[in-house]
Design a protein around this ligand. Structure first.
Ligand code: GLV
Length: 299
């Protein structure tokens, strides 16, 4: 995208009425101070953790995002990672390419059978529910964190439980939560220890929800069986050792990277900026700061 280095930013920002930004742009109080005319920030993302919404509110700056545009794309990617990790697809591909395939073998690359397995969903907002809909087709059992907002009539087959029970019961733990003070570091050494040694962890939300160093250790020592990650704690850097593990599938934050989702995202952001310019309310304003309900989960 655009050059948003501090120097370039200061020059362009002085005159800016609005900013269209990506999740890699950290928009904080310092940035706002450099933009005296700023009225609106449109984040081309569902997540809003890159924007200091309190600082925006204090200056009367409207913040918008793109909820709903990337629900299905991101749920697809969660499933791609889940299937790849469960059936060891990256390992298998490497095995074949390296010329090690010498014929069918009974004990070759056995993985986790998803049918009948329990999918523990951390985050049951739009994306979590889209992941769950797919899971029904695969014959998985469904569980998520007990929340008053859990719609029992739409999800009679989803078991609600506390985090410790979810960790203990999940064969696949799928994270799709926004990054908030509550979700930062929510899966650390203690939580990983409660998981089954056969379990797989998938994260398509935000990297800092997982202690990546503890995850590397758990994966290396057999604490859990595998992981599929689209996001990283210190993106784009990886925790030492992560890329050397055979039992992880890694993607470069491509959850919303379908042509259709990206078109919707940019259109929603531009439409909201146009509305704001005309003095109308935006269609997709940022929800309240640190809104804790998982309904807003990364999505
Ligand atoms: C992507 O990570 C998004 O929040 O849109």
């Amino acid at each position: 995208g655009v050059d948003l280095s501090p120097e370039a930013f200061r020059g362009a920002a002085r005159e800016a009425d609005a900013l269209l930004c990506y999740l890699t742009d950290r928009i904080d109080a310092e940035r706002f101070a450099a933009c005296p005319k700023l009225k609106a920030v449109a984040n081309v993302a569902a997540g809003l953790d890159n924007i200091d919404r309190a600082a925006a509110a204090a200056r009367g700056i409207v913040v918008t995002h793109t909820p709903g545009a990337l629900t299905e794309a991101t749920a697809d990617l969660a499933w791609a990672l889940m299937l790849a990790a469960a059936r060891r697809i990256v390992e298998a591909d490497r095995f074949v390419r390296e010329g090690r395939f010498e014929g069918w073998r009974f004990d070759l690359l056995q993985g986790l059978e998803l049918s009948g397995a329990t999918l523990g969903l951390v985050g049951f907002g739009r994306i979590g529910q889209a992941v769950a809909r797919r899971a029904r087709g695969f014959g998985m059992r469904l569980a998520t964190l007990d929340r008053p907002s859990l719609d029992r009539s739409a999800w009679p087959d989803v078991k609600g439980m506390d985090l410790d029970s979810l960790l203990a019961e999940a064969d696949v733990l799928a994270l799709q939560v926004p990054l908030t003070p509550r979700t930062r570091g929510m899966i650390g050494e203690r939580e990983l220890r409660r998981m089954k040694p056969t379990a797989i962890l998938v994260n398509v939300g935000r990297g800092p929800s997982v202690d990546e160093t503890a995850l590397v250790r758990a994966l290396r020592e057999g604490g859990i069986a595998g992981a599929g990650l689209d996001v990283f704690e210190n993106e784009p850097a990886l925790a030492p050792g992560l890329a050397d593990l055979p039992n992880v599938v890694l993607a470069p934050h491509i959850g919303s990277a379908t042509v259709a989702a990206r078109e919707r995202m940019i259109r929603m952001a531009c439409e909201d900026l146009a509305a704001i310019a005309e003095g109308k309310p935006p269609k997709y304003p940022a929800p309240g700061i640190y809104h804790q309900d998982t309904k807003t989960a990364r999505e």
